[in-house]
Ligand binder design. Structure first.
Ligand code: ADP
Ligand code: ADP
Length: 239
């Protein structure tokens, strides 16, 4: 069975407008999928429906054999361990160090922030340092996040999403605040680390060229509807 199945999903925030209409697609384990479309197309809503940060009105999201809509509170917590999330604005705690932010991802966002390092096992810290080294920011581990550049902060965001060893990572416009050179660095890192760790990846992007360069498959969204869904053309040529 596919890792993720989205079935006839519909979403409206108010009575007048349907933001997502009859969305269906499956994602297999190991795929790197881009969702592209203009601003307002519904990309962010779709991504957030997958980990139930957004409640849907119609249809189903099935992740790893579970109907996400019917999960109880505790199961929802497990779901959010299995699904990492990366945001456009990084969503780090600015005054905490890099390593604390990364380890924070392991506890969720409601844990008090005092004494974070002391709560972790050596193995967990080792994994955090491993990820930071892989992402080329190991040397900044004890710096405060607000002292880093945008590109460095997004690498912290990637490490935080991956510390929990998720099956799927959802990336909501991860490079929309970054210049083209930094964007390339971030996408290169993202691609190589999810492939090494065998993590399925869904990325919202608004630049089609970036989607073509990095993903196996592109889903196009326009005004809340899927307008295309298929393998990335110039990647399939040499398979
Ligand atoms: P995209 O990520 O493609 O820019 P979004 O999912 O953010 O699209 O937005 C799709 C539509 O839903 C937009 O018209 C937006 O204004 C609306 N929308 C998004 N979030 C909310 C919300 N929390 N409440 C009301 N409307 C929302
Ligand atoms: P609430 O306090 O309303 O129950 P949540 O616990 O769902 O809110 O989420 C609070 C914030 O934590 C969200 O706005 C989001 O920024 C972040 N968040 C929620 N789920 C995840 C996740 N799976 N990965 C990363 N960040 C998340």
């Amino acid at each position: 069975m596919s890792l993720l199945q989205v079935k006839r999903l519909g979403k409206s925030y108010d009575l007048e407008t349907k933001v997502l209409k009859d969305i269906s697609f499956d994602v297999e384990a190991g795929e790197f999928v881009s969702i592209i479309g203009p601003s307002g197309a519904g990309k962010s809503t779709l991504l957030r429906s997958i980990n139930r940060m957004v409640e849907i009105n119609e249809g189903h999201v099935i992740f790893d054999n579970n109907d996400v809509g019917s999960l109880k509170k505790k199961e929802l917590r497990q779901l959010r361990t299995d699904i990492g999330m990366i945001f456009q604005h990084y969503n780090l705690v600015p005054r905490l160090s890099v390593i604390e932010n990364v380890l924070h991802g392991r506890f969720g966002y409601k844990t008090t922030i005092q004494g974070i390092l002391g709560r972790f096992t050596e193995d967990e810290k080792e994994r955090a340092f491993y990820l930071l080294d892989k992402l080329g920011i190991g040397e900044h581990a004890y710096k405060r996040c607000d002292q880093l550049s945008g590109g460095q902060q997004q690498r912290v965001g990637i490490a935080r999403a991956l510390i929990q060893d998720p099956k799927l990572v959802l990336c909501d416009e991860p490079i929309a605040s970054l210049d083209p050179n930094t964007s390339k660095i971030i996408m290169d890192h993202l691609q190589s680390i999810v492939s090494e760790l065998n993590i399925t990846c869904i990325v919202n992007l608004h630049q089609v060229e970036v989607a073509q360069t990095y993903s196996d498959r592109i889903i196009g969204l326009k005004a809340g509807e899927i307008v295309f869904d298929g393998p990335t053309p110039w990647l399939t040529d040499d398979r």
